[in-house]
Design a protein around this ligand. Structure first.
Ligand code: HEM
Length: 181
């Protein structure tokens, strides 16, 4: 997993929970590099699991809530850091979300050939409804939920999100987005 995903997580934890909790979380997590992450580096995805588990213990918040919360934060950071978005995907949240798999993550992969990206397939897309399927061996659908929420917030759109697991092991999840009247 790319370092910037860790760097933004640690930065959010420091801002929202304070330096002391961040230090304890890093100490307890025993990540492969003892909590040292640089944006350009690449680290095992298990390090993210360890950090979130450790944060969950210290904050008493479930890992799913932490991933979702982090996803909302991460969206604004990713959006601000990359000037790669073609104009036609910036019309609204649905067109942006529909472009993640075939445009945005493709560009990410060109920049970082070792990035491990999820599949994010659009099954249905009209003005008011969208059905997306998330598939990844890293099982980070709660992070995906938070990223989707961050995207909707960015475009200031009022949309209801339903999240249904397609496989029990968490590797495949369907999101249905319905625009509120
Ligand atoms: C709402 C929109 C987005 C969704 C739902 C989404 C989904 C995800 C998820 C769930 C992951 C974690 C890896 C996994 O689950 O396998 C991920 C990784 C990543 N995404 Fe996206 N993403 C979105 C937007 C973006 C944007 C705007 C960028 C930046 C241009 C971006 C760049 C990345 C990068 C760099 C990674 C890390 C890859 C790695 O660690 O190897 N994503 N994305």
């Amino acid at each position: 997993m790319k370092g910037m995903v860790f760097v933004h997580l640690l930065e959010m934890v420091e801002n929202e929970f304070g330096e002391l909790l961040l230090e304890s979380a890093i100490e307890h997590a025993q990540t492969s590099t003892q909590g040292v992450f640089t944006s350009a580096g690449t680290y095992p995805a298990e390090d993210m699991l360890k950090l979130v588990a450790s944060l969950s213990e210290l904050t008493q918040l479930p890992p799913s809530a932490l991933y979702q919360h982090y996803g909302r934060y991460l969206f604004s950071k990713l959006f601000a850091s990359y000037p790669m978005f073609p104009q036609e995907v910036l019309n609204n949240a649905f067109s942006f979300l529909a472009s993640i798999n075939d445009v945005i993550h493709v560009e990410v992969h060109k920049l970082y050939p070792d990035a491990e990206l999820p599949k994010f397939i659009t099954h249905y897309h009209d003005e008011n409804k969208m059905i997306l399927e998330y598939t990844s061996s890293r099982r980070m659908s709660d992070l995906a939920l938070g990223l989707i929420e961050g995207c909707l917030q960015h475009f200031k759109e009022d949309v209801e999100i339903q999240m249904v697991p397609l496989l029990e092991d968490g590797t495949s999840v369907q999101f249905t987005l319905i625009r509120k009247p």
